[in-house]
Structure formats: structure tokens, C-alpha cells
Design a protein around this ligand. Structure first.
Ligand code: SDX
Length: 429
């Protein structure tokens, strides 16, 4: 028997079906509401509205639970590589050794760019924000792979190939712009390295002679895993919404990169570092910034704090905070900004403003400390988020495209503008 709820509107009763998820979540299916009652719903920011049914990532914000295809993030961060997690997100199962070898080989083979794209990267001024380069270059892939512009209905084999292509090329696009800003040439992919290690080598290796230690690449690999997917966040929803128009994956991912760029979303990891540096330059006192964050007349918010869904703690922040101490110790680095971050967290978590609003550190609060210790420039932090989130975006896009219930995303509105006016009113002007 299908569960239903009854709503009464203007004295008439309407029955709406209830959808129950595999974790017991309940949703009222309102897809017939307007046709039957003339009413729509309004939910600014969609905090109460499901956009789809998905089997990829489950999170419970009240309990601080995050699982990819049913596996707890804490286990995946400890036991799986980022490439295994990327395979899991796309295929629904962890790879066998043979699957993993084939997946890694395909990604390595695709860790190259057409010469024309290298030339395009060279043309960006070095002052360009790397997220603008990344979103532009993903859209530019349509110029070099036009077959994906016309053929947007892909079978699983074609999707897997495209998935590996973008996983490989993302490393090159992001690292190559950094190398260009340093006046360095490209470093070729090295299939012997992990995905994380290969990217860091593409960033810092080659003529610099800089060796990336196993410990550093392992820590970065965990960071990529922690960022790999997060159900219907702003950027994943963007990738899905754009994809419902039947446009190609390159354009959909480019849109997702732009959504992630904002400091309310992935851009927060850069904003956190800038905030910590501002506190340091201001003598290290937190209270002034805490007061600013609480002042409703001040647009300043405590960056890296708060979350639309997590109302207890962000399990990723817990893992990253622990990793900070380990990585800095392994690197022999002591970063005063880490002490400032820990002190700020301590003060905020004892302040009723943050406690009452259930505002806790999120994934972006400590990640920048590690990126900084790895030598990654602050304005590239959000590009690290892109690298991690790419498999999540692509998996969500594939699921959307394969879902027979998918329709073009086209929300309604409540109109509040001028009511009917007669053109002859102009004579009154
Ligand atoms: C990510 O959705 C995802 O899953 C995203 C993400 C992912 O993996 O994809 O987890 C990644 O984007 C993490 C969030 C990174 N952003 C930041 O760290 C920026 C700072 N945080 C905020 O701007 C804010 O907390 C949001 C955007 C994250 C969430 O905002 P909401 O859910 O819209 O919260 P809200 O604006 O309704 O705030 C509720 C109250 C308000 O105060 P009152 O009006 O009730 O008095 O909390 C206040 C807000 O002013 N508040 C903050 C605050 N965040 C919320 N006050 C000060 N500092 C903050 N950071």
C-alpha cells in the first residue's frame, strides 16, 4: 500500500503520495499538487525540497553521518584510495584489483591535453583566478571533443571512458595553469604514482626537482576522498540541473565548477585561510571576528563554520582536523594559522550564538591548513575541491541521465511584480 498524506486547501482535501527512502527518510511527492489544487510550494534555498531520488551518497546532518554507496566516510578515508572511491561512486561497487588496474590505466592514458588547450592555458593572465581557468577549460573541451556535443546519450562503456578522460584531464588543466604562473613547463603524468601523487608531481615536480613524499600524497589522497561527493549540494545540483537540458557533460561540469567557486560553498576554503591570516595580522585576537560574525549589520560570516545540512558536526572536518596535526608533523611544519584555527573553534563552540544556531566547523575549516602546508597557493584551494568533487558530480550526472523520471529542471515562482497595466498608461508619464 502506498503511504499518503492529506492536505486541505480551501476546504478541499487532497491526497499526496509519500516516498520512503532506504534509510527511512520520508518525502511528500507534490508532482500532482498544482494540477489538482492550483497551488505550488515555495522553499527558498530548497532546504525542505528533494530534487531527485539518488542511491549515491547518504548523509544525516543531525547524526553527522556520511556514506558513499553505503560505506561510511571514516572507513573509506582509512581503507580506500581516491581512485577506488571514484570507481565506487560511478559504478556502485568497490573495484576488483583488475577493475582498479584498468580504471587507473585509463585515467593515466587520459592525463594529457590537446596542444591547443595548452596554448589556451598559456593565454590566461597569471592573475586569473584558477577557478575561472578551470570552468573555462572544461567548457573548452567541447572544442576538441565535438563528438560529445552532438552525441549526449552515452552507453555505460562510453560514460566510463568519458569519466576516466575527465579525471585525467582535470589534473592537467589545474596543474598546468599553476605551472604557467610559475614560468614552468608541463610535467607528464606518471602512472606509477597514485592519482593524488601524480597531481602533486604535475604541480611541483619536473625541473623544480621537488620530491613529493608518500606521506604528503597519502594525506592529499584522503582529502580528495573526503571531497568526492556530498549528495545534492549547490554544485552537484547545478550539474544535475544543467544536465537535464541534455547538454554535454563538459558544459554541466563547467557550471558545477562555477557554483563551487562561491565563498558560501567551495570557495570557503580559500576564504577561511584569508580570514585566519586577517586574524593573525590583527594580532591573533578572535573576539573581534567572532563579534563581526554575530553582528547582523555586518555581512561578515565565520568562514568554514555552519552548514545547510550538518547540525551536529561535519564528519569530514573531524578527519581533516586530525590530519592537520599528522601532516604538519610529517612535514616538520608548524603553522601558527592552525593554532589560530583551533583557538577560534574553541571560542566559537563556547559562544551561545554559534551553539544555538548549531554552527560547527565544516569541511572547509581545516582543509586549507593542509593545502597551505603542501605548498598549494591559497587561490588554488577551491581547485583542489574541484579535483575531489569531480567524480561525485559525474556520478550524479550519470544517475540523472539514466533515471527515467528525469525531466528538464524548470521550477515555478510566486510572481510579486506589477499587475496588468494598460499601454495607454504611458500617456500619464
Ligand atoms: C560547503 O551543502 C553542502 O553539502 C556543501 C558542502 C559540500 O561538501 O558540497 O558541504 C561544502 O559548501 C560547506 C560550507 C562552506 N561555506 C562556509 O563555510 C561559509 C560560511 N557558512 C555560511 O555562509 C553558512 O553557514 C552556509 C552557507 C554554509 C549555510 O547557510 P544556511 O544553511 O543558509 O544558514 P542560514 O543562512 O539560514 O543561517 C542560519 C543562521 C543565521 O542567523 P539568524 O538569521 O538565525 O540569526 O546562522 C547564521 C545566519 O546568519 N550563520 C552564521 C554562519 N552561518 C550561518 N553566522 C555567522 N557565521 C557563519 N558562518
Amino acid at each position: 500500500m502506498t503511504d499518503v498524506v492529506k492536505v486541505e486547501i480551501e476546504g478541499k482535501s487532497y491526497e499526496l503520495p509519500v516516498i520512503t527512502g532506504s534509510e527511512g527518510e520520508k518525502a511528500i511527492d507534490i508532482s500532482t499538487l498544482r494540477a489538482s489544487s492550483g497551488y505550488i510550494t515555495l522553499d527558498n534555498g530548497f532546504g525542505n525540497t528533494g530534487s531527485c531520488q539518488s542511491g549515491i551518497t547518504f548523509l544525516n546532518g543531525e547524526e553527522g553521518i556520511l556514506r558513499y554507496r553505503g560505506y561510511p566516510i571514516e572507513q573509506l578515508a582509512k581503507k580506500s584510495s581516491f581512485q577506488e572511491v571514484a570507481y565506487l561512486l560511478l559504478n556502485g561497487e568497490l573495484p576488483s584489483q583488475a577493475d582498479l588496474t584498468s580504471f587507473k590505466t585509463k585515467i593515466t592514458e587520459n592525463s594529457i591535453l590537446p596542444e591547443g588547450m595548452f596554448k589556451m592555458i598559456e593565454q590566461f593572465p597569471s592573475t586569473t583566478h584558477p577557478m575561472g581557468v578551470a570552468s573555462s577549460m572544461f567548457a573548452a573541451l567541447t572544442a576538441f571533443y565535438p563528438e560529445y556535443v552532438t552525441k549526449t546519450e552515452l552507453n555505460s562503456q562510453e560514460m566510463n571512458a568519458l569519466f576516466c578522460q575527465l579525471m585525467g584531464q582535470a589534473k592537467v588543466i589545474i596543474s598546468q595553469f599553476y605551472r604557467k604562473t610559475q614560468g614552468l613547463g608541463p610535467v607528464a603524468t606518471n602512472g606509477e604514482l597514485s592519482y593524488a601523487g601524480d597531481f602533486l608531481n604535475m604541480m611541483f615536480g619536473g625541473e623544480t626537482g621537488k620530491e613529493v613524499s608518500q606521506a604528503v600524497s597519502d594525506a592529499f589522497d584522503v582529502l580528495l576522498t573526503l571531497h568526492a561527493d556530498h549528495e545534492q549540494n549547490c554544485s552537484a545540483s547545478t550539474v544535475r540541473v544543467v544536465g537535464t537540458s541534455k547538454v554535454n557533460l563538459f558544459a554541466s561540469v563547467s557550471a558545477g565548477i562555477n557554483a563551487l567557486w562561491g565563498q558560501s560553498h567551495g570557495g570557503a576554503n580559500q576564504a577561511v585561510l584569508e580570514m585566519l591570516e586577517a586574524i593573525q595580522q590583527d594580532g591573533g585576537g578572535y573576539q573581534k571576528f567572532i563579534n563581526k560574525a554575530k553582528d547582523k549589520n555586518d555581512p561578515f560570516r565565520l568562514m568554514g563554520f555552519g552548514h545547510r545540512v550538518y547540525k551536529k558536526f561535519d564528519p569530514r572536518a573531524t578527519i581533516i582536523k586530525e590530519a592537520c596535526d599528522t601532516v604538519l608533523e610529517q612535514l616538520g611544519v608548524s603553522d601558527p594559522l592552525l593554532d589560530i584555527a583551533k583557538g577560534l573553534e574553541e571560542v566559537a563552540l563556547n559562544d551561545s550564538y554559534f551553539v544555538d544556531r548549531q554552527l560547527y566547523p565544516n569541511v572547509d575549516f581545516y582543509s586549507g591548513i593542509i593545502y597551505r602546508a603542501l605548498g598549494i597557493p591559497t587561490n588554488m584551494f577551491t581547485c583542489m575541491f574541484v579535483l575531489g568533487r569531480l567524480p561525485g558530480w559525474m556520478s550524479q550526472w550519470v544517475e540523472m541521465r539514466q533515471d527515467s523520471a528525469t525531466k528538464i529542471a524548470r521550477p515555478r515562482q510566486v510572481y510579486t511584480g506589477a499587475t496588468t497595466r494598460d499601454y495607454t498608461d504611458l500617456s500619464k508619464r
